[in-house]
Design a binder for this molecule. Structure first.
Ligand SMILES: NC(=O)c1ccc[n+]([C@@H]2O[C@H](COP(=O)([O-])OP(=O)(O)OC[C@H]3O[C@@H](n4cnc5c(N)ncnc54)[C@H](OP(=O)(O)O)[C@@H]3O)[C@@H](O)[C@H]2O)c1
Length: 280
């Protein structure tokens, strides 16, 4: 069995690995003996991940990466392969999104969200497949997607559309790659706390009106949130499955806490404060 297939550790690339879920996944892979390569635009954040990986006794290469730029993706993979050999697993995790009605988005903002999640995911997958085919080995490509890509999710449109597009790309790619030993998985992720993703929109002030609409439409129903480490467990579970089977799409969502569900957005907000910011 080649390295990186099933439970045998190999080399994993994690885009957006300097923060949040990507950082948590880097640590989990390191504990299991995988060589880890993390990419993102903020090198200081990547260095924080490397320190955490090394604390677990693992090896971590950090390299600047902008997934929206094909040449940057090429340089990133070249560096990964020069350091650790064939990249046997890729977690396409980089994303950004803001909230608000479509008409409030600038053309640049729409472009950035689609270019990062969808186009960047395809750049990264394409480059990874070339490396795996050249080495003649199988491996894993895991795309992070979102509940917002599976059902209408207003005020989140460009990102939601990019996520939906990525899920269809994954279905297509999975069939295209049959016979190569390369597995393709989508991890459809629900609400996760403590990552840049939500804190940015809290700071922008747009999160309140978005949450209110999402509560009214039944998209937010309780106060459960996952930690990045929980989501990272699902990433690792998919990539370390024995090579003869795979998840096609895995969905992880927080469990509703035991007790009464909030009846109004105000009740939901108060319950969130009590649960996650009890001292304020
Ligand atoms: N948090 C949630 O509730 C939630 C829900 C559903 C799905 N997800 C998915 O989970 C994944 C991880 O998100 P997260 O919650 O951990 O948020 P996060 O902390 O904001 O992570 C996103 C990462 O993407 C990187 N990134 C953004 N643009 C990039 C680019 N052009 N090139 C390379 N890297 C780029 C960011 O680093 P730099 O800015 O330094 O480049 C950042 O490290 C995303 O794919 C997101 O869609 C999250």
């Amino acid at each position: 069995m080649n390295e990186g297939t099933g439970a045998t550790p190999g080399t994993v690339v994690i885009t957006g690995g300097g923060t949040g879920i990507g950082q948590a996944a880097a640590q989990k892979f390191a504990v299991l003996g995988w060589r880890v390569v993390v990419g993102g635009r903020r090198e200081a954040k990547l260095a924080e991940t490397a320190a955490l990986v090394e604390k677990e006794g693992g090896s971590c290469l950090t390299h600047r990466l902008d997934v929206t730029d094909g040449e940057s993706v090429e340089r990133f993979f070249d560096a990964a392969e020069a350091t650790f050999g064939t990249v046997t697993a890729v977690v396409s995790n980089a994303a950004n999104a803001r909230y608000g009605p479509l008409e409030d988005f600038s053309p640049d903002e729409i472009h950035r969200e689609v270019a990062t999640k969808l186009v960047g995911g395809l750049y990264v997958a394409g480059r990874a497949i070339r490396g795996l085919r050249a080495a003649g080995v199988g491996g894993d490509i895991l795309f992070m997607t979102s509940l917002a890509g599976a059902q209408p999710w207003p005020l989140h449109l460009p990102y939601a559309a990019a996520s939906a597009g990525l899920e269809h790309a994954a279905r297509t790619l999975r069939m295209e790659l049959e016979g190569t030993g390369i597995r393709v998985t989508t991890l459809r992720c629900g609400e996760t706390m403590g990552t840049d993703f939500s804190t940015t929109e809290r700071e922008s002030g747009r999160i309140q009106s978005a949450n209110e609409l999402w509560f009214r439409r039944g998209l937010l129903r309780h106060t459960g949130l996952m930690t990045p480490a929980r989501v990272a467990d699902a990433i690792v579970a998919a990539i370390t499955l024995p090579a003869d089977y795979q998840y096609d799409n895995l969905t992880v969502i927080p469990t509703a806490p035991v007790g009464d569900l909030p009846h109004s957005h105000e009740e939901w907000g108060a319950a969130m404060m009590e649960r996650y910011l009890p001292s304020s």
